[in-house]
Ligand binder design. Sequence first.
Ligand SMILES: [Zn+2]
Length: 203
Amino acid sequence: MVQLVPSQDEVMEMLKKTGAFREGHFVYPSGKHTPNYFQMPLAFRYYDTARVLAVALSRLLRVEKDVSSVLPKVAVVSPGPGGIPVAFGVREALSAEQIYWAEREEGKRMFRQYINKGEINPCIIVDDIIRSGDAIRETVELVKELGARVIGCGTIVRFTDSIDKIDDDIPIKSLVEFDAKFFDTAEACAGCKKDTPAEHVRF
Ligand SMILES: [Zn+2]
């Protein structure tokens, strides 16, 4: 029996089991080293896991009065492809009317050109993981340019040194708050000091 909102430990257990969270010694293309690696789409390969995570996140979002008072006239918006399964799951759990997702084209985050000003409901922005918050911030700007209001924000995992709210007063809801450890250089890296073989990864 799954609790209404699983604990952080329970969510991390799901992420480990699906391979979405790994511990070891990893090197990003940027040259940064880290002992932790998230690859969230691995958790969303499994429908049951995806559903449990999205329903849990939807419960955190629904308790916000700004959200509950306008449902179902809400758009669930993903900053990119990673958040699309989250957006579909949250939309279903909230019975919200719309889903949109942005994409990066030529280095700029944008919606497809069929989205017209004025047609987007008040928005909840959701993602699978927030590492820096840049994607969320860019999406907030995009949504506002189209004349829509942002009323909520949620993610499965949030790195604790990223943003924790948007527009100063909208809290970012998350199932896991993760203290990610990055080392800027190999000299500073704990894994390198122990001579653990490193795996080269991308986001
Ligand atoms: Zn290292």
